[in-house]
Design a binder for this molecule. Structure first.
Ligand code: DAH
Length: 362
């Protein structure tokens, strides 16, 4: 019908040679059928298709180049056919390209039905675990929590606790003073919170005061420049040493188990009279003797006593009507005994291997 052309696809040279064999019409029909039947298996095959049909030396270009040989009266018809052919090749290529791009995109698509990556939420710090245990044991018998500032003034940390400026008992605790104000210290004990409670709360008072305290100590396995305490204070009419003993005995059996024995040794604290230190039977060896109890069978866990009348007077409480007991324990010490932690530095090193051991303990 029209001019006769044929093509030879020379893949290696990426070029196509046309030669006259059949009509342009027939040729286009054959090529259109090929385009329609083309199903690439991968992006590389699609790229071959593009080069073959739409490349700079591709069939569309070559056939369009043949237009010059078409007689003038047939140019219009030939032109329309070639345009249609070009559009078919382009449309096919674009459709397939989208399909492959779509496949790529869906490979990267988020599958919303998959379970999420769990976020690690860490664990409670062992000291917080034990502090919570101490607090909840005392909450059960009617104590409520009170807190105070870590930067404390001399009055609440020392003087009101029956330790005037020249009192030798101040040397029992190596104090960090705050450079900006000679009256300020980093509190050396949570007894300062006792003082604040006596200053502000109505009687009777029954509080437990957890918190961080500071002392100017060289850091070692057995000492640290900051640690944690829990203070207890009970003031009411007719509070006796027997109440103190029974309360602490209750605490020990709750914390360490029913078979734990207690003993009280006379001691000295300026803010209590009489004062005592309480030991419990060693939880590791049961009293037979081990490293924790230094082969004595007993471990010291807290200081306590009856609130000194001078301290009551300092806060306008009449010691003839009211009496009270107080105690203070180190949270690190309780944790060391309960969980056999033998180096104080572990608490502040943030080593997850240490901290993870307390996972699930509340
Ligand atoms: N504040 C004392 C200390 O840090 C501990 C203490 C002993 C607290 C006896 C008390 C107490 O409330 O009555 O060593």
């Amino acid at each position: 019908m029209l001019c006769s052309i044929n093509y030879l696809h020379n893949k290696s040279q990426q070029s196509f040679y046309l030669c006259a064999m059949s009509t342009l019409n027939e040729q286009i029909q054959v090529l259109t059928a090929e385009i329609n039947a083309f199903v690439p298996q991968n992006a590389a095959e699609l790229e071959d298709f593009r080069i073959k049909f739409l490349g700079t030396k591709g069939l569309v270009k070559s056939l369009l180049g043949e237009m010059k040989n078409v007689p003038v009266d047939q140019k219009k018809e030939a032109g329309q056919m070639l345009n249609a052919f070009k559009q078919t090749a382009e449309a096919k290529y674009e459709a397939l390209q989208n399909e492959f791009a779509g496949a790529d995109a869906s490979a990267n698509k988020i599958d919303l039905s998959l379970p999420g990556t769990p976020t690690s939420i860490g664990t409670r710090h062992p000291l917080r675990v034990v502090e919570n245990q101490i607090v909840s044991i005392f909450e059960k018998i009617g104590f409520s929590v009170a807190t105070g500032p870590e930067i404390e003034d001399d009055w609440h940390n020392f003087t009101s606790l029956n330790m005037p400026p020249d009192h030798t008992a101040r040397d029992m605790q190596d104090t960090f003073y705050v450079a900006q104000n000679p009256d300020w210290v980093l509190r050396t004990h949570t007894s300062s919170t006792q003082a604040r409670v006596m200053e502000t709360q109505e009687l009777p008072i029954r509080v437990i005061c957890p918190g961080r305290v500071y002392r100017n100590e060289t850091i070692s396995a057995r000492a640290h420049c900051f640690f944690h305490q829990c203070e207890g204070l009970y003031i009411d009419k007719n509070v006796s040493f027997a109440d103190l003993k029974q309360t602490l005995y209750y605490f020990v059996t709750e914390m360490f188990g029913e078979n734990t024995k207690v003993r009280f040794r006379p001691s000295y604290f300026p803010f209590t009279e009489p004062s005592a230190e309480m030991d419990i039977s060693c939880t590791v060896c049961g009293g037979k003797g081990c490293n924790l109890c230094k082969h004595s069978g007993w471990v010291e866990i807290l200081g306590c006593g009856m609130v000194h009348p001078n301290m009551l007077k300092n806060f306008g409480i009449d010691p003839e009507i009211y009496t009270g007991f107080a105690f203070g324990m180190g949270v690190e010490r309780i944790t060391q005994i309960k969980y056999q932690v033998n180096d104080l530095r572990l608490y502040s090193q943030n080593d997850v291997r240490f901290l993870r051991q307390f996972q699930g303990i509340y």
